[in-house]
Design a protein around this ligand. Structure first.
Ligand code: FAD
Length: 315
């Protein structure tokens, strides 16, 4: 039995990456190259996204399976409740546990674009999914003798598009904690104050779980703009201007890495318990950001350099 990630007791500064299941054999090959590079930095875990309504369920499970079998990485499986019945979700949770997964990011998922209301009896909120995970865990307590499942949730430095206000988002985060969440990862944000303010408001309301900032490398103008549209988070206009004004791809990359490092370092100074990097299945920007980050626990960059040296010696 794989020891559980124990994210709730995570070391002072944790490092993690987000990956998504590949959509083609070529994408899979490139992803595995990325995975090998990221592995050298010894992250605490890598998260694997889950398509709306389980659209990529098979490729997600396959990726998680391979991560467990072929790497030293610990997967955190994203799971969404929209579009699946509670029975189907219980089955998926069981399947993940059987595969050896011990960490799940419990999400609602985005509502269907046609505006269809959830079927009667289906789970409405991430909170309901956390409770389901905890029930499945209880039923399988004999299997899980190595420890409980780590359950993560989403948190929002800027108002979730469907919420009346940010205070409501904090109430929801508190409810998720009470239902059994161990830690939270934030949506992308562009200003440190937004993250620092979430920490202050959450702690004041009684949220005690770690809230890890989700940080995307700002190296692609197209990606920053697109993510803003998808998540409802307004990108920083000054950053967009600087990226657009860069006179070459190399310069744009440099500007993007610098802005990301500044944001992540400021979040660490504000008390972030770790950094979760949205990689978009590419290692280059993530590793450049990591190299310049002031991660106090131990130098990930040094462990990466050691791993590369070992690899060169072996070849
Ligand atoms: P919830 O916490 O359920 O919140 C949804 C809305 O309902 C919010 O407006 C909230 O305020 C409200 N609400 C929640 N509980 C209650 C309650 N008890 N009473 C009243 N109102 C309530 N999407 C994917 O499809 N796949 C992924 O892999 C994925 N990964 C993500 C990873 C991270 C770190 C983040 C931040 C988001 C991710 N998403 C993913 C997007 C996520 O599914 C959307 O942001 C979604 O709109 C909300 O999900 P949630 O888990 O925050 O939902």
């Amino acid at each position: 039995i794989e020891a559980h990630p124990n994210l709730s007791d995570a070391a002072p500064v944790a490092l993690s990456y987000e990956l998504f299941p590949p959509r083609s054999p070529a994408a899979a090959e490139s992803l595995w190259n990325t995975i090998r590079e990221l592995e050298t930095t010894e992250p605490d875990y890598v998260s694997v996204t889950y398509g709306a309504s389980g659209s990529n369920r098979d490729t997600a499970v396959e990726l998680i399976h391979r991560l467990l079998l072929e790497t030293t990485l610990r997967p955190l499986a994203h799971l969404t409740c929209v579009g699946n019945t509670p029975e189907e979700l219980a089955e998926i949770i069981g399947e993940l546990l059987d595969t050896g997964v011990r960490g799940i990011l419990a999400l609602r998922g985005d509502k269907p674009k046609d505006g269809a209301e959830p079927a009667p009896g289906s789970l409405r909120y991430a909170q309901d999914l956390i409770e389901l995970i905890r029930r499945v865990e209880q039923r399988r307590s004999a299997l899980l003798c190595a420890g409980k499942i780590a359950v993560g949730v989403a948190a929002y430095p800027t108002r979730h598009p469907e919420s009346p206000n940010e205070a409501h988002d904090v109430e929801v985060l508190l409810a998720k904690q009470r239902s059994g969440a161990d830690f939270a990862i934030t949506q992308v944000f562009f200003h440190t104050e937004q993250y620092a303010d979430l920490l202050t408001r959450a702690r004041r309301a009684g949220v005690t779980i770690p809230i890890v900032p989700g940080v995307m490398p700002f190296t692609s103008l197209r990606r920053v703009t697109r993510l803003g549209e998808l998540s409802g988070v307004e990108p920083d206009p000054k950053l967009l201007e600087r990226l657009a004004a860069a006179d070459s791809d190399v310069e744009r990359h440099r500007v993007g890495v610098r802005a990301t490092v500044d944001l992540a370092n400021a979040a660490l100074e504000a008390g972030a318990p770790g950094i979760h990097l949205y990689t978009f299945n590419e290692h280059q920007s993530a590793l450049e950001v990591l190299d310049k980050l002031a991660l106090p626990r131990h130098s990930r960059a040094a462990s990466r350099r050691n791993a590369i040296a070992r690899r060169q010696l072996a070849s």
